[in-house]
Design a protein around this ligand. Sequence first.
Ligand code: SF4
Length: 284
Amino acid sequence: MSGSETETQTEIPGLPARLYSASPSKLSMWLDCPRAYRMRYLDRPSPPGRAQRAHTSVGLVVHNVLRDFWDLPEHARTPDAVRELVRTSWIDVGFRDAEQSARWRARITDEVLDYLRESDRSTQPAGIERTVGLKTATLALTGRIDRLDDRDGELVVVDYKTSRRPLGRDDARTSLALAFYAQAVARLFRRACTRVELHHVPTGEVVAHEHTPESLERKAAEAESIGRDLRAADASYAELGVESPVFAPRPSALCRWCDYRQHCPEGQLMGPEQQSWAALEPQE
Ligand code: SF4
């Protein structure tokens, strides 16, 4: 999160409204639960979150390995190099015990190897973990693209997914973040960028969507609409603090995973907290 994301962005009478700074995750947290948004972005000091879960550790490792892989010279992009990257990148946090951590390290090694076997390892991506920004009439969006491919002159946005949950057919089409990345890339490189892809590393499945100028405009309008709500919510917080009525809790199945559950009585009513490795081994 950038520092500008935490400041309350109020308007000054007589001056044009400042652009509202946000990331895709900030917008989506507001949609998921205004209470969680308040605790994450506005309350200071921020309530302490819970310890990192095992699936978060796995996600970070996979992203880091798939970043560092492309830094290797082409001749060094071997299975042994991938095994070594997973070994040295492994984050041993959130697992039940050392046996579970070791088992998942072996499994993730195999999944990343299988994923890379299906990739064109000889073509260097146009960008890896590239930070991009986009200004609209009211928003200043920033974010980071996992991978940007240049395939036969076409720029393609690639986002890695590491959840055990399979991808949905519409996930690439409906993603605000992917549409924003495509627009940001098009402006940055002054080239068309309409294709966005989700790569599900555990299975190798790719879910893609081809945007049109109209669909990108619709997504930008959607982001601006959320940004307007956030600007109003932030102003309400600046005036009323935690007494503001706009940060109502939104209890759902997500509450059992929420980092702020210990500070939220309504969320605690949704059932016991999930074990920190439950997203990897839900049957336990
Ligand atoms: S526990 Fe549920 S209702 Fe409470 S902040 Fe988290 S997501 Fe929102």
